[in-house]
Design a protein around this ligand. Structure first.
Ligand code: TEU
Length: 550
């Protein structure tokens, strides 16, 4: 129960399903909606409130479904609209909600809108996308004649030359993902109409893909946070979200600052409920995600603290380690060795879920699923990785060095099939999985975790219960303790006369909490711990404890 002040999604936990890799009922090796339906009791047992479904719309799958060719249907590989309706009904029957992935910064180049736009300079839909001629004084199609020097997130130029018209179209991601021109009111109206169509079908909100890219300023060289961004998002809220206060809207915003996030999530501005920021998932990289940099725990603590302080009085945080774009948290921020995998996965969950904001659990995170093994480039499927490999080799980098930097960062780490049990292919499919299952499935799987009371699964379940039971977890004022400690992550949450104290050893070495550095919890109620002996100041590797005082 939470006080009436808190919106329902502030005490909710969201579970992200990447449908391609969750559960395959058809036996074709690709996850599907029917497979998801068979696993809803598992999710209900975990206790999550909302399902965020990554795109299941018709798509050529150039970017694993984030290249949509029809916003109002289901790709046959995932099922049918009737199966979608059944999934939605089964979720609602269990008191759970469904949030769709809204990818409207761009469409697939196979979407009819783009097919028309590309058909000729005079087509009425030409201006639904960003078309520009060559740079002044250069021949169309000549090297370096692209309208701007923008690079695609998936390597190469962000401009694709179209021979037929002698113009270029913008694609911040793959060349099969042309950017929609949100300056055009017809584009915005079509998006809002589509959103209302899904809301009328009963969905409960949207996760908005790269929503901070929809306003661009080519003259200023800006493709993020353009001059009309808040205008567009506020208009979207009015036209497609303002209807129900029960709806959840979360915007994915690479590069967003705390100041910007305050504007987006200030309820008085009626824009978004919350946003995904990327500061903490960029601390272990240099010039690019492939430039590996050791992670200093103090920087990670300071980053999450900056967002806690920044949104303490207005707005709301999303809390995440993992999603379909990020490597597995236990491998990246924890220790995925057989000795420490479970404890570190549990420790990371404890400290994340005790921050102020809405936690997001990515499929398999509740099991401590880890990064997989890539032996060579043929093991990769993700366009971002495959394109990077080709680009790096074309620049003369050594194959071994490129594969070394790819293995821990590739998005494919998050896209290996969900590990259900220790049967073949981890019970994900009766066919051949589209991406091999992590070989550790024989030990790391849902069946074993659910059966074992002290498993990571049951720890996540207990963390979710605490959020549902204690307003101090949802609303309590956050304070980071021991900011400079290189192993201990300690924090308090305060609400009225209740003080919640969490300490965690974020290392694979024992550590002792410095005397007097955290509130005395002698006689306090131990809410959750991962190791016996929660009274001493000694913490075992990856040990976490939560006490409630008062
Ligand atoms: O991701 C946007 C984004 O910033 C990612 O490209 C991220 O920076 C990168 O994957 C880190 O490796 C969204 C979707 O989540 C992603 O799956 C899509 O590929 C992308 O937009 C284009 O739709």
């Amino acid at each position: 129960m939470t006080s009436s002040r808190a919106a329902w999604w502030q005490s909710a936990v969201v579970y992200q399903i990447y449908p391609r890799s969750f559960c395959d009922a058809s036996g074709n090796g690709i996850g599907d909606l029917a497979g998801i339906i068979t696993r809803l009791d598992y999710l209900q047992q975990l206790g999550v409130d909302v399902l965020w479904l990554s795109p299941m719309f018709p798509s050529p799958q150039d970017d694993a479904g984030y290249d949509i060719s029809d916003y109002q249907d289901i790709d046959p590989v995932f099922g049918t609209l009737a199966e979608f309706d059944r999934l939605l009904a089964e979720l609602h029957r269990r008191g759970m909600k469904l949030v769709l992935d809204l990818v409207v910064n761009h469409t697939s180049d196979e979407h009819p809108w783009f097919q028309q736009s590309r058909s000729g300079r005079d087509d009425p839909k030409r201006d639904w996308y960003w078309w520009r001629g060559p740079r002044a004084g250069m021949a169309a199609g000549a090297p370096g004649a692209e309208p701007t020097n923008w690079a695609s997130a998936f390597s190469g130029s962000a401009w694709q030359f179209d021979e037929a018209s002698g113009e270029y179209y913008l694609h911040l991601f793959s060349r099969k993902q042309p950017d929609l021109n949100w300056e055009n009111p017809q584009v915005r109206a079509a998006v809002y109409e589509m959103m209302r169509w899904w809301l009328a079908r009963g969905v409960d909100g949207f996760r908005m893909d790269v929503i901070n890219m929809i306003s661009k300023d080519l003259a200023a060289g800006e493709f993020m946070h353009g001059p009309r961004l808040h205008e567009f998002v506020a208009e979207m809220h009015r036209e497609a979200l303002g209807g129900g206060t029960e709806l959840l809207s979360v915007g994915e915003m690479p590069g967003v600052t705390v100041e910007e996030a305050r504007l987006f999530t200030d309820p008085a501005r009626a824009e978004l409920d919350m946003g995904f920021q990327f500061e903490h998932v960029a601390l272990d990289q240099g010039a690019s995600k492939w430039d590996l940099v050791p992670l200093d725990l103090r920087l990670l603590k300071a980053s999450l603290n900056r967002w806690q302080v920044g949104l303490a009085d207005v707005g709301w945080n999303s809390l995440y380690w993992d999603n379909h774009d990020q490597p597995r948290a236990v491998s990246r921020f924890g220790d995925d060795s057989p000795e420490h995998r479970r404890a570190s996965a549990t420790c990371l969950a404890t400290l994340l879920h005790l921050h102020r904001g809405t936690p997001y659990v990515y499929q398999g995170e509740e099991l401590g699923m880890a990064n997989t093994q890539f032996l060579d480039i043929s093991a990769y499927r993700d366009i971002e990785s495959v394109n990077y490999y080709a680009e790096a080799l074309s620049l003369g980098m050594e194959v071994e060095a490129v594969l070394h930097s790819m293995a821990p960062r590739s998005r494919d780490n998050a896209r290996t099939p969900m590990q259900w049990d220790d049967s073949s292919h981890a019970g994900f499919t009766q066919g051949i999985p589209w991406l091999p299952v992590n070989p550790n499935y024989v030990v790391v799987n849902a069946a074993a975790a659910v059966a074992e009371p002290g498993s990571t699964f049951h720890h996540f379940r207990r963390l979710i219960e605490l959020r549902h039971e204690l307003p101090v977890v949802v609303e309590g004022r956050f304070e980071l303790l021991l900011p400079e400690h290189g192993q201990i992550w300690a924090l308090t949450r305060t609400l009225g006369n209740q003080l919640l104290v969490m300490v965690a050893n974020c290392s694979s070495r024992p550590v002792t909490v410095p005397a007097g550095s955290v509130p005395d919890v002698a006689g306090a109620r131990l809410l959750l711990s991962t190791h016996p002996g929660a009274a001493s100041r000694d913490l075992q590797p990856w040990e976490s404890r939560i006490h409630l005082v008062g």
